[in-house]
Design a protein around this ligand. Structure first.
Ligand code: MN
Ligand code: MN
Length: 461
């Protein structure tokens, strides 16, 4: 027995078969990233894949009796969902839950976005989540979302993601004229009101006022049947237009928008799609609004998950509050969210002994938060021990992952929200680089071990 602890590089311990599976799953993950660039699109893809594997909607499921082995999904307003595989054990013994989020930092269009200035037309934006604003300039952008025409028809907008479609662009001042700009703090280099997206420059008729904006409105009306007023109640997000790409001569990494938290979401999805007839009821939970504090009726603090659970318990007879409370209190959860991987270019922000490093397995964080663990869930040692045995049983490569040096910053997840019920909750997800940048970096091997970790959790807890 090794008395000294040394973490392992996943590439050194995978078998050839596992390496093949890793590449296959990475391809599927890249596809998921490309089709699911927003919470709505990711949710649609998750439900599509679930239905393909035999999951039925909760509205259908509760019409009859619910049996062990049944696969059920609940859709939360097209922005989040819960997948359940019913267990053999009574539900009051608790559920095994992996909870991730499918929203990512991005730029949302303002309610009244369109204007013309300096012979160009623009969309104004309002940033969503924690972004470094200057990173969103000089980058091809796509627009994804929904709008409603006057008759109440829902119009899906998705433009800029395909090669032959136009993209959109936020300008930044040329270096030649940046004397004043260069002396600003990084957070002030680009201000929120400067995140204006170029949407066109061609006038329709030189006699009219706002000829460029008017031409754009005509084109939008032709394509979508929408007028300017319809934007006032639309929900449209700007995301990087570029698709996910392999990185490195060895192709060992993936660069993409939205790894936070689609890497854990996809790992969780793949894990639950492989679950058949579990002992405990098994749940993959995909929530929205994590990046702005888990608020709103699609965020983790809403009662969506609790209501779905009540409906499921109620389907087989009268709802029993005690049974429901026990189901919650006895549940075990992996809060599946990304964490920071050690970045040697910025050594000073990390404490290497407790940081996750790329390719060294899924990251396990006893606590997150900031300062003196403020706002963190701080998992119990008893549960950590249980999760370690579940991982060890299947040879999952894992590592501890503290988010940088103490007092350097911090972050949170949905962990504390589920913990309030008495659930045992542990933060466990993929360590990554360039978190919250428009394009982020993840290792294929860490994605693969995250998938294997959630699979082992569902199987062995
Ligand atoms: Mn996250
Ligand atoms: Mn985040």
């Amino acid at each position: 027995m090794d008395l000294e602890y040394n973490k392992k590089n996943t590439w050194n311990i995978l078998s050839d078969n596992e390496k093949d599976e890793l590449e296959k799953l990475s391809k599927e993950y890249i596809n998921f990233l490309n089709v699911g660039k927003t919470e709505r699109l990711a949710n649609e893809e998750i439900i599509r894949q679930a239905e393909e594997k035999g999951f039925i909607s909760i509205d259908e499921a509760i019409k009859g009796e619910i049996k062990p082995g049944d696969k059920i999904y609940a859709n939360n307003k097209n922005k989040g969902c819960a997948l359940f595989v019913m267990g053999k054990a009574p539900i009051s013994e608790g559920l095994n839950i992996v909870g991730s989020h499918i929203d990512s930092p991005r730029l949302d269009l303002k309610p009244n976005p369109m204007y013309e200035d300096g012979e160009m037309a623009y969309f104004k934006t309002h940033y969503y989540g924690g972004v470094k604003k200057y990173q969103w300039t000089n980058l091809p952008l796509a627009l994804c979302g929904v709008a409603f025409d006057k008759d109440g028809n829902k119009i899906n907008i998705n433009i800029g993601n395909k090669e032959d479609e136009p993209v959109f662009f936020i300008t930044e001042l040329l270096v030649h004229l940046s004397k004043d700009l260069n002396s600003k703090n990084a957070k002030d280099v680009i201000e929120a009101e400067q995140l204006n997206i170029v949407i066109g420059s061609k006038p329709i008729d030189e006699e009219k006022e706002n000829p460029i904006k008017k031409y754009i409105l005509e084109l939008i009306n032709e394509k979508y049947g929408l007028a300017e007023e319809d934007f006032l109640m639309a929900e449209i997000e700007a995301v990087p237009a570029q698709n996910a790409r392999e990185v490195g001569f060895d192709r060992s990494l993936i660069a993409s928008h939205g790894h936070d938290d689609r890497v854990c979401s996809f790992a969780s999805l793949k894990a639950i799609l492989g679950v058949e007839n579990p002992n405990k009821t098994t749940v993959s939970l995909f929530v929205d609004k994590e990046e702005i504090g888990s608020v709103g009726n699609t965020g983790m603090t809403s009662n969506f998950f609790e209501d779905a659970l009540m409906d499921i318990i109620n389907a087989n007879g009268n709802f029993n509050y005690v049974e429901y409370k026990h189901a919650l209190a006895n549940s075990k959860v992996l809060s599946a969210d990304v964490t920071a991987a050690y970045d040697s270019t910025f050594k000073d922000a990390y404490e290497l002994t407790n940081s996750a490093t790329i390719n060294h397995g899924v990251g396990v964080s006893k606590y997150t938060g900031s300062g003196g663990k403020g706002g963190s869930n701080d998992a119990n040692a008893e549960f950590l021990a249980e999760v370690r045995s579940a991982f060890d049983k299947d040879g999952v490569n894992w590592q501890v992952a503290e988010l940088g040096k103490t007092d350097q910053g911090g972050g949170g997840t949905i962990a504390y929200i589920l913990a309030k019920y008495g659930m045992q909750v542990l933060d466990c997800g993929t360590a990554m680089l360039s978190m919250h940048a428009p394009v982020e970096l993840v290792s294929k091997a860490d994605f693969y071990e995250t998938y294997r970790a959630y699979k082992a959790f569902f199987k062995n807890i």
